[in-house]
Design a protein around this ligand. Structure first.
Ligand SMILES: Nc1ncnc2c1ncn2[C@@H]1O[C@H](COP(=O)(O)OP(=O)(O)OP(=O)(O)O)[C@@H](O)[C@H]1O
Length: 247
């Protein structure tokens, strides 16, 4: 069953920019869904509507059951610089009023999941860019969100770190059964991580294609596989079409 059903969603900003038009999208529980599209096609606007930070001009977002808990990861890790890794990761739990002992336990578990055990007392300036991003990811899922929204989380990282974090995120998703909505400009990253990829086109932003992907394995073996190459080819062609170019 769908966690979220988006129907006929359109959004016009007060200045007059029509950012989205007629978006229909269902997000199933447990899927890793990437939204891929050129700059300005409305990806971030769509995430803001899902987060409830903007109200749509038309159309509807329907959640299954109660309003869900949403975890968010942006390109900037946006950590509290004065606070320890543990306190940063525990922040959503503190804001929810979870008692100290319980939030420490949950934050420590999340820190372990992202491979940062032993760094609980470190502060952000003592961490590498990749480690800060791991803290941001741990914070986003520490409160066990129904949906994890990720807006180009690894775009500012070097390629080696990015590939490693892609592997780690894929493993986390598979291990914890997360539902992830992942915004990226990268065909290769989306083809590697996703169970489904939707491609958007601009002016105004709308969905043009949806691709299910084959996930047989991960790591170097999957990156070298024919399935991965075929997905990259199909998705690249959709993206080229979305941008009005021949593939
Ligand atoms: N607050 C705003 N006020 C007015 N127009 C906006 C606002 N935010 C975004 N837009 C416009 O809406 C359109 C979609 O922007 P959005 O940021 O959602 O695209 P995007 O696909 O996320 O782009 P990028 O990949 O560069 O981050 C663009 O034309 C942008 O200029």
């Amino acid at each position: 069953m769908s966690l979220l059903k988006i129907a006929g969603l359109s959004h016009r900003f007060p200045g007059g920019t029509q950012a989205l038009h007629g978006v229909d999208l269902a997000v199933a529980r447990g899927e890793f869904l990437s939204i891929l599209g050129p700059s300005g096609c409305g990806k971030s606007t769509l995430l803001r509507l899902i987060m409830g930070l903007e109200q749509p001009s038309a159309g509807a977002l329907a959640w299954a059951g109660r309003r869900p808990e949403i975890g968010v990861v942006f390109q900037e890790p946006t950590l509290m610089p004065w606070a320890s890794v543990l306190d940063n990761v525990a922040l959503p739990l503190r804001l929810k009023g979870v008692a100290r002992a319980e939030r420490t336990r949950a934050a420590q578990a999340a820190i372990e999941q992202v491979g940062l055990s032993g760094f609980e007392r470190a502060v952000p300036r003592e961490l590498s860019g990749g480690m800060k991003m791991r803290v941001s990811i741990a914070r986003a899922f520490s409160a066990k969100p129904d949906l994890l929204l990720m807006d180009e989380p690894f775009a500012a990282l070097d390629e080696i770190t990015r590939l490693r974090l892609d592997d780690e995120l894929y493993a986390l998703w598979a291990r914890l059964g997360l539902t992830v909505l992942f915004v990226t400009h990268s065909v290769f990253e989306s083809a590697y991580l996703s169970s489904r990829i939707v491609v958007m086109a601009p002016r105004p932003g709308h969905l043009v294609a949806s691709h299910d992907t084959a996930h047989a394995a991960m790591g170097a073996a999957f990156r070298a596989s024919a399935d991965y190459a075929a997905t990259c080819g199909r998705v690249s062609a959709s993206l080229a079409a979305a941008m009005g170019q021949a593939a």
